[in-house]
Design a protein around this ligand. Sequence first.
Ligand code: ZN
Ligand code: ZN
Length: 357
Amino acid sequence: MYHSRLKNLRSAMQEAGLDALLVQVPENRYYLSAFTGSTGALLITDSECFFFTDFRYIEQAAQQCPHCTVVRVQERLTDQLAEHLAGWQGRNIGFEAHHVTFQQYELMQQKVPQVNWRPVTDLVETLRLYKDREEIRLIRESVALADAAFAEILPAIRPGVSERELAWRVEAFLRQQGASGVAFPFIFASGPRGAMPHGVASERVLQEGDLLTMDFGAVVNQYCSDMTRTVAVGYCDDRQREIYQVVLVAQQAAVAAIKPGVKASDVDAAARRVIKEAGFGDYFGHGTGHGVGLAVHEAPRLSWNSEQVLQAGMVVTVEPGIYLPGWGGVRIEDMVLVTENGHEVLTASPKQLLVCA
Ligand code: ZN
Ligand code: ZN
């Protein structure tokens, strides 16, 4: 697995004119090395793979990354790089411009002045767009656990319980069932708070007649899940039902548009058209979805200005919403795999409006 990933990376490096690539973004590092620790840098050349890390992780790196030569960093990575690259024949080393600080960049230039340090932004990220069979298996596990958490939490949703308590119950369940952590701070937004697309769980206590938007996900074997459901608390009125229905139709329209060769912006447009035609165009201000994998937000973006074309192996969310200040909001989010013939919705939880009492 790592050999095919490195092979693909090396052809991308060659195309970019790079003799080596320094990889430090944790997800990229894990993707190419299986290293789960917090500190380490991969240096990948056309024939070798070095893993630089400090005393704390030497043993772990040797175990997790047998395809790498482990190099111990004494104090600073740049010192070891300087030593290591002293007699090196290559010229151009790429570094992750979206991760390396300006201070580190200056230090690299100062300590290793004989090479061209070239900023790159999405070399490994582009490979990560296409999930292989093993990754899809792990993503399915993570999604299934989120689905199980939704079923688990439903009976606990009732007037009098706080958003924070519900969020904690979901988190505890996920951890008990084997998640290593949560994919992001959970959004549990009830009543008027639902108008905040990213309203993290607060002390607010649910009241009869609220809508409650729950956005959560697990990390299982390093892979994230991400799902949203909106439910009614106690009862729901006609307006809530109407707006929910608009979001559901928009969500289903976007899902239906997903297949290889389709522009991400067209998937976004499919959802946006439904919401706009229903008169809520101004109240859906975010993109329709994003890729999910080792990171909970990764490429491709499903938005009106995305240049991306969907291809088999990509895993994306579809999550339109309507947010009305003072009233609340509705969002429905599934994870969807782009397949050779179209798509497969991975999230299995029901999408009709549930009234919890
Ligand atoms: Zn989400
Ligand atoms: Zn999402």
